[in-house]
Design a protein around this ligand. Structure first.
Ligand SMILES: [Zn+2]
Length: 291
């Protein structure tokens, strides 16, 4: 027998007291915020699953849901909606085909019609995405109506993927938009599965839609003006990389000279700006026929 237990006991007691006094500081309770539902306005809600977000609209005839995110997230949301609102999900609308946003759609498809852009269906089937295959598709625009409420879907063209749609809730004046813009942050890494200058044109289409509040798939809620700031960033980036390539600069030279310094306060500027340049550079090179 050592003296150790006699020393440890008061330490343990102190730890227990700390735990009792600050239960919210315990590591296992901190995880609760990984998943949550917050009201945006009226009957429109935002669903968070770690770093991913979607929205859903509650109507007298059931719920219009959007990106399921993943199977566990969708099961959680479905149970919460049943518990809080006593409603079934009647529609699920996918923003685009990428797995990290639309996996788990089969959880909603038990009661819901699955809607997406026609190119999304092709990618979901072709890439064997782990989700329900859309049963209703469209090419340019579509309105989904349920219980006297509606959401307007607009295809924005090849931009981030070739099947991205944005979802406008006109009564709520809120737009749900995924991956085209993350408020206050530069675009994600090397812009994989992107189209240029289509992405810039897509943001111009979004700017032409009448809404006030942006509910993004990543990051905080924002004002509509965030779309314009991000479009300007991409325009400046694209123009600088294109003229650099035409002047014979290498990728490394462009990473050094295209500083985008005006945007240095944006999140991930330091790490992702060079990757953004790499992304635009490779898209331009793929479509360019030099002199
Ligand atoms: Zn995506």
């Amino acid at each position: 027998m050592t003296q150790r237990p006699f020393i440890a006991t008061p330490v343990l007691a102190a730890l227990v007291l700390i735990a009792l006094a600050f239960p919210f500081a315990l590591p296992n309770t901190a995880q609760a915020a990984d998943r949550e539902i917050t009201k945006i306005t009226g009957d429109l809600y935002r669903f968070k699953n770690k770093f991913h977000f979607s929205v859903f609209l509650v109507t007298p005839e059931g719920v219009i849901a959007t990106d399921p995110i993943n199977k566990d997230a969708a099961a959680w949301l479905k149970a919460e909606i049943a518990k809080r609102f006593g409603k079934e999900i009647r529609y699920v609308i996918y923003s685009h085909d990428h797995r990290d946003h639309i996996a788990g759609g089969e959880v909603f498809a038990e009661t819901a019609t699955v809607v997406a852009h026609q190119n999304a269906k092709a990618a979901i089937v072709g890439e064997k995405r782990p989700t329900a295959v859309p049963t209703v598709t469209f090419s340019d625009r579509m309105t989904v109506e349920l219980g006297g409420k509606r959401v307007e879907l607009t295809y924005v063209g090849p931009s981030h993927s070739n099947n991205m749609i944005v979802m406008n809730f006109p009564e709520e004046r809120v737009l749900f938009l995924v991956d085209l813009v993350s408020p206050g942050r530069v675009p994600y890494k090397n812009l994989s599965d992107s189209y240029f200058p289509g992405w810039i044109d897509a943001l111009k289409k979004v700017e032409a839609i009448d809404f006030d509040i942006l509910a993004p798939g990543h990051g905080p809620m924002a004002k509509k003006s965030e779309i314009t700031s991000q479009r300007q960033y991409l325009e400046e980036l694209y123009a600088a990389v294109l003229s650099g390539i035409q002047a014979g600069k290498t990728l490394d030279e462009l990473k050094a000279s295209v500083t985008m310094v005006k945007y240095k306060s944006w999140g991930m500027y330091k790490d992702w700006r060079p990757l953004n340049i790499e992304g635009v550079y490779s898209r331009i090179q793929a479509h360019r026929r030099g002199n």
